[in-house]
Design a protein around this ligand. Sequence first.
Ligand code: SF4
Length: 494
Amino acid sequence: MTDKKHTYAPSLLIGQEKGFAPSVHKPVSMLLIYPNTYYVGMSNLGFQAIYYHANQHPSIFCDRGFVYKSRPVSGILSGISLRSFDIAAFSASFELDYFNIVSALRESGLNPDRTQRKDTDPLILIGGIAPTINPLPLAGIADAIVIGDGEMVLNDLLNACIQGKTRSGRDVLDSLSVLSGVFVPETHNRTNPVMRLQALDLDLFPAQTHVFTAETEFSGRFLIEVGRGCGRKCRFCAADYIYPRPRWRSAESIISAISWNRQFTDKVGMLGVAVMNHPDIDDIIRQVQSWNMDISISSLRVEAIKESVLDMITASGQRSVTLAPETGSDRLRKTINKRFTNDRLLSLVQTLQDVGVQELKLYFMAGLPGETDADIEAIISLCKDISARNIRLKVNVNPFIPKPHTPFEREPMMPQKELKRVFSYLQSEFRAIPRSSFSHASIREAYTEALICRADENMGNEILLNASVRVPKELAGLAPDAPLPWKIVHIPLS
Ligand code: SF4
């Protein structure tokens, strides 16, 4: 059953699950697929939310599927093959998982090229944050792509699919193409932008753990999304430019959901890109603490850490905290619009040590626009200062990727050769910093992700369907007048 080692045993995995179980006796079948393993997918709240909400539809039985190398995909509950479902929907958070979508379709006997599939094949839908940023690389694969918060259109989408079940495939696509936020590659004219959907009232679309499992990253923990969006406008951050308006689930709804799920677990994880900014975070933490539950929070803000969070760290005995300084120099941090200084960070380190924290995980980027060797030196110098305070450091440095919709969308990437030089220099310098470890993301994978982010439809087909694109050694900037494929997505200002 150790899914981490790719030994996928559905009956054993289901046997240890707790929580929501859908009714299977419904006329229309849907397979919701996470394009990665069970271990990864079951900690994804978007996946859990769509699974739960789709099963609330009176006519839909929604099963779950996961992707393993060289294996056909089938429903974990029903055992039915992907190709026998009426609808197959992929929830894609990461561009690199697109390769798993292609292999899942191929291994399951379906042509990943949508123009080659038959009307009797299942409808292939794709949604998630990655296709919301730029849906065009998937236009040769998906029958329809949901742009933005899928919950907003889920019922209408399913109704259109149900009606179309007895009609020709083309009729279904016509029905889907009139829905707001749904991009249907076969019928869309490529000139009218598709509106990005945004759920404003998160109480109506609660995203939380519905199925508990021990076989996932946040094993046995009740995960709950407390908000979406951030509003800080860090200039590299696509998530914040896609959803410029922060939205919160109400404290009553959060507390009530946590209370109800105490029957399954005494561990809670509060998720969101800006958990600490929730207007009622103090009240929520205090209430949950009064139940003696173990709380974890996905992101701590260097700028403003609240008393209640420090109390929570003390009470829970948490020893490790994750922070994202992004760069080692105040100058460069200011240019990317992160609003804190190294002095502020060092004072936070002291505060965290005072409440018992012994280890920091720090995330940086290399290759940011305007970066010089002095900024790389500044990462080392900052980490030396922190390490001198007798705290363990786990440092991770990722290549900067110019993401669509951000002010940096036209910027070049640091050449691969330069990234290798920087990483190897950092590696050797960190060997000399006591109590520290250093790691970096794969340069090749970062370049592949960047290529997909920037791809238009033809490039998407070449990368994903034809596998004919070699990962380049450099990614140049885009000219000011170069067309941007992702402008097919319309993002309202609020
Ligand atoms: S604080 Fe985090 S989530 Fe908010 S804009 Fe900056 S990087 Fe994005």
